[in-house]
Design a protein around this ligand. Structure first.
Ligand SMILES: O=C(O)CCC(=O)C(=O)O
Ligand SMILES: [Fe+2]
Length: 282
């Protein structure tokens, strides 16, 4: 079992402690950050988001589960209120963590980009979850991920490659130099065996803040298990050079990136195709 001690914070801690840990390791684990009662309250909002009409959400049904992507603004305006989800995610705490985090990269994050969108996921069938192969996200973000179920390797806990975020950021930057459309990023690891990833196991109520450049992926669910998560997304600004330059490359391994991301913000222009050969970057 990987030793996550340095990447785990137990109360009390400050927003700056949280941000500094993400900067250093690419993520931070806050075990049982929310109480059982809070989790139950948030869970009812989770179901309500899942039941929103497709006109208000982007729904992805991927066989082993489903995910709804919804704007914070949509939840705020909706009659249902989603007050537990909004209160616990869009809190002074998470807003300050997010601002502190981006401040490290000299980014004044616009309020509308803080917890701008949510991904509400319900994995309930044996097999891989949607983003389960190791990758970095094409659109850089800080994600606040909440486990609503006790989560272990057996029900698809998030896997992570600690401290990979600086190296992948440089890989992304060199790709951006050739093409500024983030859809062209080769962001999935071709050979997962080349790096060691570690599942983050945790009780319901545990929170992980993730710099999505840190290599990550969901896991594989075994028979009769379930994993419900909510992720609140704060977008970074992909092309801002300060976001790339302040970190030194921490790793020296060679990564090869292949597949297309499961999520992208911009359609491929009709006259462009995605190159199929993967990238090797020193
Ligand atoms: O299934 C997971 O936990 C991974 C999700 C993911 O890739 C992401 O939130 O960017
Ligand atoms: Fe991802």
């Amino acid at each position: 079992m990987f030793d996550f001690t340095n990447m785990t914070l137990s109360k009390p801690f400050t927003e700056k402690d949280v941000a500094d840990t993400i900067v250093k390791y690419g993520f931070v684990i806050l075990p049982e950050f929310f109480s059982k009662e809070e989790v139950d309250a948030i869970y009812s909002d989770h179901s309500d988001v899942m039941n929103l009409p497709v006109s208000l959400t982007d729904k992805i049904d991927f066989g082993n589960g489903e995910m709804a992507q919804v704007k914070r603004r949509t939840l705020e305006k909706h009659d249902k209120g989603f007050k537990h989800l909004l209160k616990h995610f869009y809190s002074d705490f998470s807003i300050t963590v997010t601002k502190e985090y981006f401040k490290h990269y000299n980014i004044e994050i616009d309020d509308k980009n803080v917890l701008n969108q949510f991904e509400v996921e319900d994995d309930f069938k044996k097999g891989k979850s949607l983003g389960s192969d190791l990758h970095y996200d094409r659109v850089p973000a800080l994600k606040m991920c909440l486990y609503l179920d006790d989560t272990t390797q057996a029900n698809g806990a998030l896997r992570i490659v600690p401290r990979s975020h600086a190296r992948t950021r440089n890989i992304a930057l060199s790709q951006y130099k050739n093409n500024s459309n983030s859809l062209y990023q080769k962001n999935f690891l071709k050979e997962e065996d080349l790096v060691a990833s570690h599942p983050i196991e945790g009780k319901a109520g545990s929170v992980v803040f993730l710099d999505t450049y840190c290599l990550h992926g969901g896991g594989k669910l075994t028979e009769n298990t379930r994993r419900r998560v909510i992720r609140g997304i704060s977008w970074a600004i992909p092309l801002l050079s300060s976001y790339f330059d302040t970190e030194k490359i921490l790793e020296t391994d060679q990564f090869s990136f292949s597949k297309e991301s499961f999520f992208h913000p911009r359609p491929v222009p009709e006259n462009q195709t995605i190159e199929s050969d993967f990238l090797f970057i020193k």
